[in-house]
Design a protein around this ligand. Structure first.
Ligand code: NAP
Length: 268
């Protein structure tokens, strides 16, 4: 199995590193000459091309497109003459619909949308995958070839990818944002960054350990900390007042989801 990665920026780089770690064959097509040089320097055995003509397309099985939405049409027009229907196309592009890619590409390829997050670098990504009328063979192959990056979650409908992108594609940033709010409060109360990070890390590890326990329930775990008449109860009262925090989170996810839908409409 040889994969061709098109675009080696933020996400592409993580995918490349993951493939190298797992000793999977990967070629790179990256238009940025500086990035290409850097890849060749860091991964001496990886072939990186800036010109699609130079790629040995016959040995490619998966074509992984990992460029910004605005560059997607150009990429497809650059590669479409080299594609044949044996190539399985995996689009990592937020918002870009399968029907749009099939309209741009000439050959009748299997096209899948795949939406991981940056935690694929530590095999902890919940990765959404969607493809129309896929046969079980391809589905099994995708699970075999990509589940090492974390967990594959098959979408029943394509538009669910917009929610998944908003929730889990952006998820790492939301968690870092929330933690940074706590970090700022901790420092405002006189603790150092090191102390804050260390205490927050333990807090997160404890949360994770609890979640991993059998029969875990959020409400039970909250109840265990928030004893009646105690201090945590007061804090929770503020957080849950008029359901404000929940509604704020919901609004944020919906806003990201709508952005994904707007991208779909923009690139057709
Ligand atoms: N970052 C994430 O966490 C994440 C998560 C899930 C999905 N995604 C999706 O992944 C895609 C890539 O995001 P990113 O953050 O990795 O973008 P990025 O950092 O901009 O990387 C894209 C790379 O592709 C190169 N490129 C542009 N046009 C090309 C072409 N015609 N041929 C070959 N290479 C080309 C760019 O070069 P130049 O810089 O010179 O233009 C850049 O190096 C996006 O569509 C995004 O929706 C990202």
């Amino acid at each position: 199995m040889t994969s061709l990665l098109i675009g080696c920026g933020n996400l592409g780089r993580i995918i490349l590193e993951g493939f190298r770690k797992k000793k999977k064959k990967i070629l790179v097509l990256e238009k940025n000459i500086k990035v290409c040089k850097d890849i060749k320097k860091k991964f001496s055995t990886v072939e990186c091309f800036s010109d699609p003509k130079k790629v040995n397309w016959i040995k490619v099985n998966y074509i992984m497109i990992c460029v910004k939405p605005n560059d997607s049409k150009k990429v497809v027009s650059e590669i479409k003459n080299y594609c044949n229907k044996k190539h399985v196309i995996l689009s990592f592009i937020a918002g870009l619909k399968i029907k749009t890619i099939s309209k741009w590409i000439v050959s009748k390829n299997s096209i899948l949308r795949i939406m991981p997050n940056i935690f694929i670098s530590s095999n902890n990504s919940s990765t959404a995958v969607y493809g129309k009328n896929l046969n079980t063979n391809i589905k099994n192959k995708i699970v075999r070839d990509f589940s090492e990056f974390g967990e594959i979650v098959w979408m029943k409908k394509e538009d669910k990818i917009d929610f998944f992108t908003a929730m889990f594609g952006g998820g790492p940033a939301y968690f870092f944002y929330i933690l940074n709010c706590f970090n700022k409060i901790i420092k405002k109360n006189g603790f150092t960054e090191t102390q804050s990070l260390s205490a927050l890390k333990l807090l997160l590890e404890g949360v994770l350990e609890n979640i991993n326990k059998e029969n875990f329930k959020f409400s039970d775990s909250i109840q265990k900390v928030a004893s009646k008449g105690g201090t945590t109860e007061e804090g929770l009262k503020v957080l849950s007042k008029r359901n404000n925090l929940f509604m704020l989170f919901e609004k944020a996810i919906l806003s990201a989801e709508n952005k994904s839908k707007r991208i779909s409409k923009k690139i057709q």
